[in-house]
Design a protein around this ligand. Structure first.
Ligand SMILES: Nc1ncnc2c1ncn2[C@@H]1O[C@H](COP(=O)(O)OP(=O)(O)OP(=O)(O)O)[C@@H](O)[C@H]1O
Length: 323
């Protein structure tokens, strides 16, 4: 619900009523995400509401389409899963359009974590929210590899076990088993996983972390995987970092292993918050980082939260500052 605080920085937002009539809304539609059956319904609703639809034809198209339409559209809406949302925000970032365009989501993926985090539950509901929802400025996380151009993420940046496992999950496995494909691959990889020697140094000072990790999660809009309850605060300007240490003593074989990880054995779990951190991984080969499920390889990188950078239409159940 809308925060009543007087110091809410989002003063120009239409928090209570209808958004002003948009001149031009473009929906970037991934027709193959999720079960691949949302396309016809999305096209019909878009026509009804007077929105344009641009359909992706290959992996990565969402970036190019969003970059191209950013200059002319008032609102750019990602329809797909978290990967599609990530690509559309990447395109808007590349076009330097975050300040000019309002972003929206229509859930058409498998996990739909971000849509859930901003209170958008179904395709039908998403269109109603686009018409009548509130607009909030949400934080955007970025990763810069070796000082290069920042690459955005909205939910999380993960390295270690689950990033490697999802990198190893084939499209065929995802299509057949959905999210179970990740779990299966995670279990298979657990037994063989050596951990990652990683150092996290907050640029703003304060405690960092250095050691051998099984998993590191920088959460912008998402808490720890498997965690119940509301997601991380998406307007606080911070990333919530969770590190699971790799412990040789951990029984990593069999179904108990995942449970043990997600049960958050306090001895192997560290948490910190940072707005901007330098991260280095001491490995021969670059490590894999999953940005909302989209993979990036890196050894030296900075991870940063850009406070309230993305104007986003949110649903009625969106929680501004979760507990
Ligand atoms: N037309 C297309 N053909 C093939 N792949 C595409 C096409 N359009 C987009 N993609 C790719 O599909 C991938 C998966 O999309 P996405 O992550 O949105 O869906 P999902 O995996 O079903 O859902 P979620 O991430 O929420 O679990 C993305 O990497 C995207 O680049």
């Amino acid at each position: 619900m809308v925060s009543p605080e007087g110091d809410d920085p989002q003063t120009d937002m239409n928090l209570d009523g209808a958004t002003t009539e948009p001149e031009r809304t473009v929906v970037v539609l991934n027709p193959v995400s999720g079960d691949g059956e949302h396309g016809p319904q999305v096209r019909a609703l878009a026509e009804e509401y007077g929105y344009e639809v641009r359909t992706t034809e290959a992996d990565g198209d969402g970036i190019d389409i969003a970059r191209r339409v950013a200059a002319e559209a008032d609102r750019v809406v990602a329809c797909g899963g978290d990967g599609t949302i990530n690509h559309v925000v990447r395109g808007l970032w590349q076009a330097d359009a975050l300040a000019d365009v309002t972003f929206g989501v229509v859930p058409g993926g498998t996990g739909n974590d971000f849509a859930e985090n901003v209170g958008v539950g179904s395709v039908l509901e998403a269109f109603e929210i686009l018409e009548r929802g509130r607009t909030r400025r949400l934080d955007v996380g970025t990763v810069s590899v070796d000082g290069g151009t920042p690459i955005p993420f909205l939910n999380s940046c993960i390295c270690g076990l689950t990033a490697d496992a999802s990198a190893a999950t084939t499209p065929e496995q995802k299509r057949r088993y959905g999210v179970l494909a990740y779990a299966g691959n995670t279990l298979r990889q657990l037994a063989a996983y050596d951990g990652l020697d990683i150092t996290i140094r907050p640029v703003e000072g304060g405690d960092g972390w250095s050691g051998n990790a099984a998993l590191v999660l920088f959460g912008n809009a998402r808490g720890f995987p498997g965690e119940e309850g509301p997601a991380a605060d998406i307007e606080d300007g911070f990333l919530d970092v969770t590190v699971i240490e790799d412990r040789p003593a951990m029984d990593l074989v069999g179904g108990g292993a995942l449970f043990e990880l997600f049960d958050r054995d306090p001895d192997s779990l560290s948490r910190l918050r940072t707005a901007h951190a330098e991260v280095s991984v001491e490995t021969d080969e670059a490590a894999t980082f999953s940005l909302d499920g989209e993979m990036v390889s890196a050894r030296e990188l900075t991870v940063e939260a850009h406070r309230t950078a993305l104007r986003t239409v949110v649903g009625p159940d969106y929680v501004v500052h979760p507990e």
